[in-house]
Design a protein around this ligand. Structure first.
Ligand code: PEP
Ligand code: MG
Length: 759
């Protein structure tokens, strides 16, 4: 073969044309395969060409030209055994002038291969796993040219189509075992507790390539050209709209996407692959495989990350070219699903059908990121930071999730299914116990009442009030409606939602928090021109943004006031840092109230104004704030991120600081005492309050209102009903005054000794 790109392309094209004829022929599978090795040996002027296929976990010699025919279906190698085994296991290419000199060389006498010196082999890849190996051998010790290796790789790709589509393997395709068919157990970071069963669905589904050999090269070139144009347009829009969220990491991702999307080298390589006779889909995948193989040899985590980006983009291009444009949500879930994604925005998650979405597995994610909170609100278990999950799981794989055990069973064995089922029964029984407590009061053993409310944000969440028997909604995140809308929800729409929620809640209070947008809850339709913030969580979000965008806040105030006509309206402002911000918010509501009064509209019978305490600075001016507010709600998610200067969405920091650390306990103690002295009711509405041990500590500090995720109401109530408050108070006071190194351990020990039910 001549070593110039043009002739290399022409040669590959020639091979593909011949292979195409074989594929289209009506001969049997083995005959096809025999013909394939003939063609390749011939085209590459190689004395030997062999195909090994992975069957029942072994690489079996399926066809050869040049080796002894008696060895066919007899020679078998385990993955990792010999050169062929290494190629399959590592999904890598080998090109050796002296095969026997390689440390992994395994001699198989029945093949008669001792005659041959040079050896080149490439994996036959299906969905990133090797399902076989294609190799050539030669008597002269010579290295195969790069173009020859590339031709082999292209042929291997077509072979993979033959294997799965044209029946090269006579048995059921399930018998062609890939590296990704064995049972696997993986763990990650426990984000939302729960158990789930379903089939793996990729948020951005992987495309199965139906045809690899092009009928019309020009047509394929045109397809890929317009796909590139469309993809670039999408990426530009994405970058422009910050749809991904505006935190630094995502911005970086988008920048990288842009860089790859416009990378000339990438599109040139795809065009070359088309030129050699592949379809647009196969060409994109072919180039991606090559990049994947190259990157595997580079041990650099930063590059590996970039690799994911290119992978995502390559998948996007594939989706466009194959006409499968949407995410799994847009395509619709057809059965119980476990969603697999690198990461998700809260809005993306909300697009899913809640009846079918059973669980979420993310490569990234953190405990207090909004997507986690939304998932919790939806009652969907989430396991985060599962490394390389998209390479461990195939679309459609059966999955069992047990987040409490930090286990994800991929393609589970019957034993695992059985154990899972019995645990599920136990969990359901426990849930039944909690359900039976629904109408029991939330009081400690000594008769102190602790109000248990739920956090909500979607219309459907209100049902949780009846299911759990909670005392009301302690935090209604009004921004969720904004997040799920493609355009700004108009006042009438807001009003309808608020009224529906209050009606469903009946006489139980609903605390509406005004919009907390910005941060990781960016809205594509509400983008600031100068939105490139370095620290969006500490940036132009919540009240800061709302007070400037007065129209937005006025519309919300009107919607709330009108929706609450004849009732008591509870309003709470997010991210208040100084008392004047609270006053500005309240004044705005009062002006709207006056406006409605002037027009003789019906009004709420009373308005209770409160604020979130999420910014530590506010705690320093409680003497000024408390006389002005009707209630205070501590948002521990943001509060702890600011107290520790630790990004709540940063995966590495997710487990670094403990909610039961002394700094937080002391901080909260101070706030609770100030509120008690001013007779201002104070509650906690962050995720912390939904964990039994943390909730116990909060109650020990004097908190008497918790607003938590609905699933936590049962366990937390059971804990409260087993509490002896005086002894708990003593214990917490001791921790505050005579600090121990590990307050968490001390609280656990207390709970055990005092018989507190932590579940
Ligand atoms: C908080 O910060 O604790 C909180 C409840 O608000 P959010 O999680 O919506 O920011
Ligand atoms: Mg907050």
């Amino acid at each position: 073969m001549v070593n110039t790109p043009a002739t290399a392309v022409a040669a590959a094209r020639h091979i593909l044309t011949r292979l195409h004829e074989v594929m289209a022929s009506r001969t049997g599978a083995q005959a096809k395969l025999n013909k394939v090795v003939e063609i390749i040996a011939d085209e590459l002027s190689s004395e030997v060409c062999s195909v090994y296929l992975l069957r029942e976990g072994m690489l079996e010699l399926y066809a050869t030209r040049g080796l002894k025919q008696e060895a066919v279906h007899v020679t078998r190698l385990a993955p990792g055994e010999g050169l062929v085994g290494m190629i399959a296991r590592n999904v890598e290419t080998l090109n050796l002038d002296e095969a026997a000199a390689h440390p992994d060389y395994a001699y198989k006498p029945e093949t008669g291969e001792e005659l041959f010196h040079s050896f080149a082999g490439v994996p036959i890849v299906r969905r990133e796993d090797a399902v076989g190996v294609l190799c050539v051998q030669h008597t002269d010790p010579r290295r195969y040219e790069e173009v020859e290796i590339e031709a082999l790789q292209t042929v291997a790709m077509v072979l993979s189509e033959l294997i799965s589509n044209a029946g090269l393997v006579d048995e059921h395709p399930g018998d062609v075992r890939t590296a990704g068919t064995q049972t696997q157990i993986v763990s990650g970071l426990q984000l939302v507790m729960g158990m789930a069963r379903g089939q793996a669905v990729f948020h951005q589904p992987r495309i199965t390539i139906e045809h690899t050999v092009a009928e019309d090269v020009e047509a394929e070139r045109a397809r890929v050209y317009s796909a590139f144009a469309k993809m670039r347009e999408q990426i530009d829009t994405l970058a422009g709209a910050s749809e991904f969220g505006v935190d630094g990491e995502h911005q970086e991702v988008i920048e990288t996407y842009k860089m790859f999307a416009y990378d000339e080298g990438w599109s040139r390589r795809i065009n070359e692959a088309i030129e050699s006779g592949l379809t647009a889909e196969a060409a994109i995948e072919r180039v991606q495989q090559r990049t994947r193989m190259r990157m595997r040899q580079i041990d650099d985590p930063l590059l590996a990350d970039r690799m994911h980006d290119l992978e995502d983009l390559s998948n996007r291009l594939l989706r466009i070219v194959s006409g499968q444009l949407g995410t799994a949500a847009q395509l619709g879930l057809r059965q119980d699903a476990i969603l697999i994604a690198r990461n998700l925005g809260p809005a993306e998650l909300l697009e899913y059908d809640r009846r079918r979405l059973k669980g979420v597995v993310l490569e990234e994610g953190s405990l207090t990121a909004h997507v986690t909170i939304v998932a919790r609100a939806m009652g969907v278990p989430v396991l985060g930071r599962v490394r390389d999950v998209r390479h461990l799981i195939n679309e459609g794989d059966p999955i069992l999730m047990d987040v409490a055990e930090n286990r994800l069973f991929v393609r589970p064995s019957p034993d695992m299914e059985e154990a899972f089922d019995s645990k599920l029964v136990m969990t359901q029984k426990r849930r039944a116990v909690f359900a039976a407590m629904r109408d029991l009061p939330s009081v400690t053993l000594d008769g102190t009442r602790v109000e248990l409310m739920v956090n909500a944000g979607l219309r459907d969440d209100v049902g949780a009030l009846d299911v759990t028997g909670a005392d009301g909604i302690g935090l209604f995140r009004t921004e969720f409606q904004f997040l799920v809308s493609a355009t700004m929800p108009q006042r009438e729409r807001q009003q309808r939602l608020y009224r529906d929620v209050m009606e469903a809640a009946g006489d139980r209070p609903v605390i509406f928090r005004t919009v907390d947008i910005g941060g990781d809850k960016a809205l594509p339709y509400l983008r600031e021109d100068d939105a490139d913030e370095e620290n969006p969580a500490m940036g132009w979000r919540a009240m800061r943004l709302a007070l400037e965008r007065e129209g937005l806040m006025k519309a919300q105030a009107r919607a709330l006031l009108e929706a609450a006509a004849g009732r008591t309206l509870h309003v709470m402002f997010p991210m208040i840092s100084e008392p004047w911000e609270f006053e500005a918010g309240r004044d705005l509501f009062e002006q709207q109230r006056q406006w409605l009064t002037d027009r003789r509209k019906m009004l709420p019978v009373a308005i209770r104004y409160g604020t979130m305490l999420e910014v530590p600075a506010l705690a320093e001016v409680l003497d000024l704030l408390l006389p002005r507010v009707d209630f205070l709600s501590i948002g521990t998610n943001d509060l702890t991120q600011f107290l520790f200067a630790a990004d709540r969405a940063h995966p590495k920091l997710a487990e670094r600081y403990d909610w039961l650390g002394l700094a937080i306990l002391r901080f909260l103690d101070r706030v609770v005492r100030a509120c008690d002295a001013a007779s201002v009711p104070v509650g906690v509405c962050g995720e912390m309050g939904g964990r039994t041990l943390e909730a116990m500590a909060l109650i020990g500090l004097g908190i008497r209102r918790l607003s938590i995720t609905p699933a936590s109401v049962g366990p937390v109530k059971a804990m409260i009903r087993s509490l002896d408050l005086p002894s708990l108070r003593d214990h917490v006071t001791t921790i505050l005054r005579q600090p121990v190194t590990d307050p968490r351990a001390s609280l656990v020990a207390y709970a055990e000794a005092a018989g507190v039910e932590l579940n």
